[in-house]
Design a protein around this ligand. Structure first.
Ligand code: FPP
Length: 239
């Protein structure tokens, strides 16, 4: 009889074809509702799973991860829910700073930071600065919307006096200028859309949609998603 649940043996290892994975972490609210709990409980468990998923992606050799943590549209949610998500993010930054020596994560926040109160902005700037030489890139999209990002990029280029722009100019003015486009975008929670996430960068990304609610996304399912990705033919418009 097996007394202890065996830990997930890691067989999956990725190569350069899967450098950058992005997640739309959807379904926290429904996960909580199924348990007759407030939505905030779903976000607490979503944040727990986020940490597990990041660790696992690093273990299997993924070098860059982007997560959609809070969109420009999420401000429409009740204030107590917004506060709960911001609190979890702030706690995550504190933990990342406290464990900076033991982990290898470079944190970068994508989105307009000017909206945040000065103490949170200072925290974000600090963690970005002190983690800048780490190897595993974790982009957290916060107050992020792809249309706002592209508009911001256009204004940056106009301010720089550009009269004609190339695709490379636009890419260099986006919040993601420091990394290549995602190879794979995974959305949990059952909806089949991008919801204003990485619209420019998604041009050639493989898309994967699962009904699994974000707090339930397991390492086994990530293995299956990776296997599915490797079964696809990426032609980038060629033959
Ligand atoms: C979508 O689920 C989730 C969010 C808008 C917030 C994501 C936040 C976390 C995973 C926790 C904090 C993150 C970090 C990085 C520490 P939903 O609320 O829209 O779920 P629903 O569609 O079931 O209502």
């Amino acid at each position: 009889m097996q007394l202890f649940k065996r830990r997930h043996e890691k067989k999956t290892q990725v190569d350069a074809r899967l450098t950058h994975i992005a997640f739309i972490m959807d379904g926290n609210g429904r996960w909580a509702k199924k348990r007759s709990m407030p939505r905030e409980f779903g976000h607490v468990n979503g944040a727990k799973n986020f940490k597990k998923v990041i660790r696992y992606c690093g273990d299997i050799g993924i070098k860059m991860i982007t997560v959609y943590a809070f969109s420009t549209e999420n401000w429409k949610r009740p204030q107590h829910e917004v506060d709960a998500i911001m609190g979890l993010l702030s706690d995550y930054i504190d933990d990342a700073v406290a464990s900076m020596d033991e982990n290898n994560i470079r944190l970068v926040f994508l989105g307009d930071k000017s909206i945040f109160p000065a103490p949170l902005r200072a925290k974000i700037d600090n963690v970005e600065e002190i983690s800048k030489d780490k190897d595993l890139l974790l982009n957290i999209a916060l107050n992020y919307g792809a249309r706002a990002e592209i508009t911001h990029a256009c204004n940056t280029l106009i301010d720089a006096g550009k009269k004609n722009v190339t695709e490379a100019d636009v890419a260099a003015a986006l919040y993601t200028a420091h990394c290549p486009d995602p190879d794979l975008i995974v959305r949990t929670g059952g909806d089949v859309r991008l919801s204003n996430f990485l619209l420019w960068q998604a041009a050639y990304a493989e898309l994967y949609f699962t009904d699994t609610l974000w707090p339930d996304l397991s390492t086994h399912e990530i293995d299956r998603i990776v296997a599915d990705f490797y079964g696809r033919k990426r032609r980038f418009g060629g033959l």
